[in-house]
Design a binder for this molecule. Structure first.
Ligand SMILES: NC(=O)c1ccc[n+]([C@@H]2O[C@H](COP(=O)([O-])OP(=O)(O)OC[C@H]3O[C@@H](n4cnc5c(N)ncnc54)[C@H](OP(=O)(O)O)[C@@H]3O)[C@@H](O)[C@H]2O)c1
Length: 285
């Protein structure tokens, strides 16, 4: 029997890991698909356009350009509204887009961009797609690209249980992030008060915590976050020469989106090392 066509939404596909994910989907290896391939510009990457023109894309995969800017709530809502108009369901949402200002002292504007993109915008997109994911016949999945930088081992012991509380509410998580933002923005004492030095780490820890809340509130879906490893992209290259290719970096997110993960939801996945090239396993956040 022919496999049914699934609908996937992938963010930040113009370069890096997002492009590697898109190319894997375009190859047809994950089955028949309609893919909403989102970039800030709203255009498809050149390599995908060329493959489409040369009819090299898999005939069972339809890739549609989509516009998304995670710092603009109207852009998030417009993407969800467009997909709801064109499709009855969404099967997979891969939140790959993210930003990393790799410096300890960053401007307030860069800190705001980091928290808006990696935390608030990404979780707003999840919320916007929940009704469509709930209608998936194959069981809707969300994969949030997080980072080992967001693991709680980098946070002071008194902060860790506040992120990990099993009944953590959205208001409490937002309050935690605002507490960090005030310490960093207004007083500059975030490190003395137990926070890691980089806003990126806080944004990804908050994304992991938001992933747990979403999974708890939506038991019919599989919602996980992961670290793709240390990958040779514009973002990963800021910290030195990364050991992994973008194709290797795409493995864990693709496994969580399409592979057999049983009923695992609300967990953080990674390989044991950031150089590891496996499909990851559940790790302590
Ligand atoms: N590379 C690594 O070693 C590594 C390690 C751990 C986690 N990660 C995570 O993996 C994901 C992909 O990273 P990457 O290494 O592939 O990074 P990348 O090459 O820098 O690509 C980042 C992507 O995110 C998009 N983006 C950034 N801000 C956005 C916004 N406000 N709205 C919409 N899209 C936005 C970018 O679009 P533009 O081109 O328009 O800026 C780009 O497509 C990120 O979430 C990152 O945190 C990466």
């Amino acid at each position: 029997m022919a496999q049914p066509t699934r609908v996937a939404v992938v963010t930040g596909v113009n370069r890096g890991i997002g492009l590697a994910i898109l190319r894997k989907l375009a190859s047809g290896s994950t089955g028949p698909l309609v893919v909403y391939a989102s970039t800030r510009a709203g255009t498809l990457p050149e390599v995908i356009i060329t493959e489409q023109q040369q009819q090299q894309s898999h005939p069972d995969v339809k890739i549609l350009p989509a516009q998304l800017s995670l710092t603009e709530p109207t852009s998030i809502d417009a993407l969800a509204a467009r997909v709801a108009e064109e499709q009855t369901t969404v099967d997979v949402l891969i939140n790959n887009a993210g930003v990393y200002h790799y410096r300890e002292r960053i401007s307030n504007a860069d800190r705001t961009e980091t928290l808006e993109t990696n935390y608030r915008g990404t979780l707003r997109l999840c919320q916007a797609f929940l009704p469509l994911l709930a209608r998936s016949q194959s069981g809707g999945r969300i994969v949030n690209l997080s980072s080992q930088a967001g693991r709680l081992r980098w946070f002071a012991p008194q902060l860790r249980p506040r992120f990990l509380a099993p009944d953590l509410a959205w208001e409490q998580l937002d309050a935690l992030v605002r507490e960090y933002d005030s310490a960093a923005n207004a007083r500059g004492d975030e490190v003395q008060t137990g926070w890691p030095p980089m806003a990126y780490a806080v944004s990804k820890a908050a994304l992991n915590a938001g992933t747990r809340i979403l999974a708890r509130e939506n038991p019919g879906l599989l919602i996980n976050s992961c670290c793709p490893g240390w990958v040779a992209t514009d973002l990963g290259g800021q910290a030195g020469p990364p050991p992994k290719t973008p194709e290797e970096g795409a493995r864990i997110p693709l496994h969580l989106a399409f592979g057999d993960i049983g009923k695992t939801s609300g967990r953080y996945w990674a390989n044991d090392s950031t150089a590891g090239t496996g499909v990851g396993k559940v790790q302590e956040p």
